[in-house]
Design a protein around this ligand. Structure first.
Ligand SMILES: Cc1cc2nc3c(=O)[nH]c(=O)nc-3n(C[C@H](O)[C@H](O)[C@H](O)COP(=O)(O)OP(=O)(O)OC[C@H]3O[C@@H](n4cnc5c(N)ncnc54)[C@H](O)[C@@H]3O)c2cc1C
Length: 269
């Protein structure tokens, strides 16, 4: 049974280089901080959290681990309706891998849980920079919570405290169920993220946005050794894949269909 005040949801979001903009690589690393945005797939996660709070009451807290300017991603989540936001930032976290990121986010969620119980942790299905899709499972493991992954439908029963999701995998459909607290990763098929109205953008500026460093998590269970962690995985090189030519463009002058067919016949010869 949720609390009288409704559900308490933490939604994890990542600040990533804008997939629409030109990505730059320097010294084999993806350049950040120039055109970064809220990870597009995390807009669906924020939408899911905000909608559940609108339906059942409670609080949606947006959480990110990243450099200082990752605040922009949180500001977007607040504009979309999150009630509060937390940025975990610390120079000692630069270059963190998935395992370290999961450990830091788990400590931050545990600290939030010390204020009041957290019922649901929602993540997107992948970041659009690294795209490992490993974080949700690594986070659930650190929190010792069940993971309901890649959900395209999400239902919560406030009476029983049960969470159910549907997901599709390779031509068949799963329906999964677990008792809260639980970690859920959602796909972009779950909802259509809202576009915040001007009033919501203004209101977001006065919503609480806390900034924590590793020292703020040191006394939290699982937080003591975060500063000593050495990433097991390091990105040693990254580069844009070469695109081979612009491809063939068939401008339609009423005969595009025929010319496309001719082109395909050529190609398959
Ligand atoms: C090009 C590149 C390749 C990388 N490859 C690896 C690798 O192979 N192995 C490895 O261990 N690390 C790797 N990293 C580091 C990894 O990106 C970070 O640790 C990252 O924070 C978590 O992994 P992800 O971006 O793949 O997340 P994913 O697992 O793809 O993200 C799933 C969801 O987790 C949440 N999430 C992810 N990151 C954060 C965050 N920082 N704060 C809050 N929520 C978050 C979001 O909701 C997101 O939708 C790579 C980074 C880059 C740039």
């Amino acid at each position: 049974m949720w609390h009288a005040s409704g559900m308490r949801i933490v939604v994890c979001v990542k600040h990533v280089p804008d997939a629409q903009s030109e990505r730059r690589f320097e010294d084999g690393r993806m350049v950040r901080g120039e055109d970064d945005v809220l990870n597009e797939l995390d807009e669906n996660a924020v939408e899911a959290a905000v909608s559940l709070v609108e339906e059942h009451g409670g609080e949606a807290i947006a959480l990110t681990m990243g450099p200082e300017d990752a605040e922009d991603a949180l500001m977007r989540a607040l504009q979309m309706g999150a009630d509060r936001a937390v940025l975990v930032t610390d120079d000692r976290l630069a270059g963190s891998d998935v395992v370290t990121t999961a450990a830091v986010l788990a400590a931050a969620i545990t600290r939030l849980g010390e204020e009041a119980p957290v019922d649901l942790v929602i993540t997107g299905m992948a970041s659009l920079d690294a795209m490992t899709s490993m974080l949700p499972a690594a986070l659930a493991t650190r929190l010792r919570l069940p993971l309901l992954g890649l959900a395209h439908a999400l239902d919560v029963d406030p009476q029983s405290g049960v969470v159910e999701v549907s997901r599709s995998a390779d031509g068949y459909e799963d329906r999964l169920r677990a008792a809260a607290p639980v970690v859920v990763s959602i796909t972009d098929q779950l909802n259509e993220p809202r576009y915040p109205a001007f009033a919501a953008m203004k209101a977001a500026r006065s919503k609480p946005l806390d900034q924590w460093g590793l020292d703020d998590l040191a006394s939290t269970p699982g937080g003591a050794d975060l500063a000593e962690r050495i990433p097991a995985t390091r990105v040693v090189e990254a580069h844009e894949n070469a695109r081979d030519g612009a491809g063939t463009i068939i401008a339609d002058a009423g005969d595009a269909g025929v010319r496309l067919a001719q082109y395909l016949l050529e190609v398959v010869k």
